[in-house]
Design a protein around this ligand. Structure first.
Ligand SMILES: C[S@@+](CC[C@H](N)C(=O)[O-])C[C@H]1O[C@@H](n2cnc3c(N)ncnc32)[C@H](O)[C@@H]1O
Length: 282
């Protein structure tokens, strides 16, 4: 049966979010905390245009560090709404101009957020997971913007995470398991999703589109290596829970995670894209 929550387009359930905090609150808190330490510095730079008095919406806020930072930028005359399907971590935040809402960007009504009312709408590392439904999510985010308001999304080409030294003992085994990023395709995700953002923004009617992308080569044992290890372990746990962890997959996890604590293992850490665009004024 076709499921309307999946966009009604398929007879197979679409994959959805794989790092839910349910049953693993403490480790996911740690993983999201490390994510914030790694990504916040550049994410702040990308939001420097946010002005005092603005109304901002952050979709899929996670632990909320960027929502808190936005609340500081907009000041007492502005307002930030931070949403997530799971508000476990956001509920700890207590700022007078920051409102937390449990909200699914794909299925919940936009009326509770205020369609057409936000100067700035953003999301970070959320859309990748909404495989097959990213355009729908973006259209709904655009609906929340006031005419002239700005949308920003940051997301990865997560299939690009790969070792750089062919002579390293882990290199061949890693590539055999990773299959040039098709490790993700086998799970229903687009390993090169991030690079599609400018096209999706244009399809959703945005103008003045700006895009940039960056990646670094890092080593096993670095904060990025640690975060990637925690992320793969979280995905493995979700596959174990839903019964999709075959022996072959489990072996692949061992191959992909073993080098992440080895400082002699250098790898490209994924191309992270940032795309912004403006809702046209009438
Ligand atoms: C990788 S985390 C990123 C958290 C935060 N944006 C950050 O960068 O620190 C993805 C977040 O998206 C949330 N999420 C997943 N699907 C969602 C949906 N359909 N609507 C709203 N939030 C969603 C998850 O619960 C999770 O908190």
């Amino acid at each position: 049966m076709s499921d309307p929550a999946d966009g009604g387009t398929t007879d197979h359930p679409l994959p959805g979010y794989r790092l839910s905090a349910q049953g693993r609150q403490r480790v996911e808190d740690e993983r999201l905390s490390l994510l914030e330490q790694l990504f916040d510095p550049i994410s702040r730079q990308r939001r420097v245009g946010v002005r005092p008095g603005w109304r901002c919406l952050e979709v899929g806020s996670g632990r909320g560090s960027m929502a808190v930072w936005l609340a500081e930028q907009v000041g007492p005359t502005g307002r930030v709404v931070a949403t997530d399907v799971d508000t476990t971590y956001l509920n700890r935040l207590d700022l007078p101009n920051l409102e937390v809402r449990r909200h699914n960007i794909l299925t919940d009504s936009l009326d509770s957020l205020g369609p057409g009312s936000f100067d700035f709408v953003c999301a970070r590392l959320v859309l990748f997971w909404l495989a097959g439904k990213q355009e729908m999510a973006l259209r709904r985010m655009v609906e929340c913007l006031r005419p002239g308001g700005w949308l920003l999304d940051e997301d990865g080409d997560w299939g690009m995470v790969a070792p750089v030294d062919p002579s390293h003992s882990h290199y061949t085994f890693y590539h055999r398991a990773w299959k040039n990023g098709d490790w993700w395709t086998a799970r229903g995700y687009d390993p090169a999703f991030g690079r599609t953002l400018p096209m999706l923004f244009e399809r959703c009617g945005l103008i003045n589109i700006h895009h940039e992308a960056s990646a670094s080569v890092v080593r096993g044992g670095s904060p990025w290596g640690q975060w990637w290890l925690q992320s793969l372990e979280g995905i493995r746990a979700s596959e174990q829970a839903d019964g999709s962890l075959t022996e072959e997959r489990d072996q692949e996890y061992r191959v992909l995670t073993a080098p992440l604590t080895d400082p002699s293992f250098w790898f490209l850490n994924a191309l992270i894209h940032a795309c912004s665009g403006q809702r046209p004024s009438p």
